[in-house]
Design a protein around this ligand. Structure first.
Ligand code: SF4
Ligand code: SF4
Length: 289
C-alpha cells in the first residue's frame, strides 16, 4: 500500500503528517521524500545515511564533423533544446528532457550521448528499522520529474523484498512534480489548514487529483484557525476528514525542535495510530466509498 501525503500549498504540515505516519505505521514501512526541491522529512525522521546515488539524464552530444545541418533534430525537439542556425548547431542541456528523439531521427548518426546531473537519491535507515529514501534535486536544476521517477523506482525495489507499505512526502502544489508523486499511490492524504489561502489551494488540489480516481482523505492542521469553508467543502464533496491537528503552542514548539508530532504525548500518538488505521481502511474502500 502506498500513501501519498500531499497539500495544495507549502507550509500546511504535510511533512509533519508524513513523519508521524512513518513513526506510527503498523508493520514494515519505507519512508520516501519526493519533495525533491526541498526535502525535509529527514529533519524529523533523522535517518542514518547509508548511501548516496547520483542520478543523471542522457542529453545529446553533437559531432559537428558528421552533421549536415539538415535540422531534423531541431524540428523534432518539442523543448527547443537543440537548434540549428545556418552552419551552427547548439544544444541546451538544461532544457533537454532526455527523450532521445533527436538521436533517433538524425540521418547521419551525428548525435551521441552525454549526461547531465539531476540530483541524488540518499538512502538511510531511521530508528534502526525504517528504510528512508530522499530525492534531492541539484541546485539550479529545473526538471524534477526525471529524478522523481528514479526515486519511485528505488522505493519499489526497497519495499518489495520486505513487503513494506510506503509513505510518500509529496511536493506541495498541483504542478507536474505533485502529480508525479501521487500517481502510484493507493490513497492520497491532503493536508490543509482552515484559512482562506489554505482553502483555496486545497480546493485546487482536490480538483487536480480527482481525475486520478484515487481515494482521498483530509487532515485539517491548525484546527481552530480561520473559518468553516474547508469543512463545508469536504462535506459537499464527500471527502472524509480523517483527523484534525489543533492549533496549539506546544505543537508548534515540538515541530520547531524537529520532533515527530505523533510522539508529543500519548493522545497525539493515538491520534496518528488511528489515522494509520483510517488510511488503510480508506485505501481498501476505494474511490467510490
Ligand atoms: S539531425 Fe543530425 S545531421 Fe541533422 S542537424 Fe541534427 S545533428 Fe545535424
Ligand atoms: S533528447 Fe529529446 S528533449 Fe533532448 S534535445 Fe533531443 S529531442 Fe530534445
Amino acid at each position: 500500500m502506498i500513501v501519498a501525503v500531499a497539500s495544495g500549498k507549502g507550509g500546511t504540515g504535510k511533512t509533519t503528517v508524513a513523519a508521524s505516519l512513518a513513526a506510527k505505521w503498523p508493520g514494515p514501512l519505507v519512508a520516501v521524500d519526493l519533495d525533491v526541491e526541498e526535502p525535509n522529512l529527514h529533519l524529523f525522521l533523522k535517518p542514518k545515511l547509508s548511501g548516496i546515488e547520483t542520478v543523471t539524464l542522457e542529453v545529446p552530444d553533437v559531432d559537428e564533423e558528421k552533421c549536415t545541418y539538415c535540422r531534423k533534430c531541431a524540428e523534432l525537439c518539442q523543448f527547443k533544446a537543440i537548434s540549428v542556425m545556418g552552419r551552427a548547431i547548439l544544444t541546451f542541456p538544461e532544457m533537454c528532457h532526455g527523450c532521445g528523439g533527436c538521436m533517433a531521427v538524425c540521418p547521419e548518426g551525428a548525435i551521441g550521448v552525454t549526461t547531465r546531473e539531476l540530483g541524488v537519491v540518499e538512502r538511510g535507515v531511521a530508528r534502526g528499522f525504517i528504510p528512508c529514501l530522499t530525492g534531492r534535486l541539484r541546485i539550479g536544476e529545473a526538471m524534477s520529474p526525471p529524478l522523481m521517477r528514479h526515486v519511485r523506482a528505488a522505493m519499489v525495489r526497497e519495499a518489495a523484498p520486505i513487503e513494506a507499505d510506503i509513505v510518500i512526502d509529496a511536493p506541495p502544489g498541483v504542478s507536474c512534480p505533485a502529480m508525479s508523486a501521487v500517481t502510484d499511490s493507493d490513497v492520497i492524504v491532503l493536508v490543509t489548514e482552515p484559512t482562506p489561502f489554505g482553502f483555496y489551494d486545497f480546493s485546487l488540489a482536490v480538483e487536480a487529483f480527482t481525475p486520478l480516481g484515487k481515494p482521498m482523505a483530509v487532515v485539517v492542521n491548525r484546527a481552530g484557525l480561520g473559518d468553516g469553508r474547508v469543512y463545508e467543502y469536504c462535506r459537499e464533496r464527500g471527502l472524509p476528514i480523517v483527523t484534525e491537528i489543533p492549533y496549539r503552542r506546544d505543537i508548534a514548539e515540538h515541530y520547531s525542535r524537529g520532533l515527530v508530532l505523533a510522539e508529543l504525548d500519548g493522545a497525539m500518538g493515538e491520534r496518528f495510530a488511528a489515522l494509520c488505521r483510517a488510511l488503510k481502511q480508506r485505501a481498501e474502500e476505494g474511490v467510490h466509498a
